[in-house]
Design a protein. Structure first.
Length: 114
């Protein structure tokens, strides 16, 4: 089944609110976890877009956020507390005032007609 641009926009607009936060921590999460191993805080969704057949979510961790912490696990969440839908263990980043991080997470929809 393929969706035209109206159908794809409808899907994107329905899915985007499910991922309003990016949780981060200094532990090691496991696949399909509903919580991070050691959550530090959450970033608010900075921006989202619908490039081509995708949904792109952007989360910014600027120079003044989370300094002095190791960022070794992340997870997508709907709310400010709980409701984690996806987890990952990216590279360990020792966050300090010299580091600004911009996480862009892209969901790709295959077999779409545009």
């Amino acid at each position: 089944m393929s969706f035209n641009s109206t159908g794809l926009l409808t899907i994107n607009q329905a899915v985007q609110p499910l991922f309003a936060y990016l949780a981060y921590g200094d532990g090691t999460s496991v696949d399909n976890a509903t919580a991070l191993d050691s959550e530090t805080a959450r970033l608010d969704l900075t921006d989202y877009s619908y490039p081509s057949n995708n949904l792109a979510l952007e989360f910014l961790c600027d120079e003044s956020t989370n300094n002095g912490n190791l960022m070794s696990e992340i997870g997508l969440a709907k709310t400010a507390i709980g409701q984690l839908y996806s987890t990952s263990n990216p590279l360990n980043i020792d966050k300090n005032a010299l580091v600004s991080l911009n996480y862009v997470i892209t969901f790709k929809f295959k077999n779409q007609s545009m």
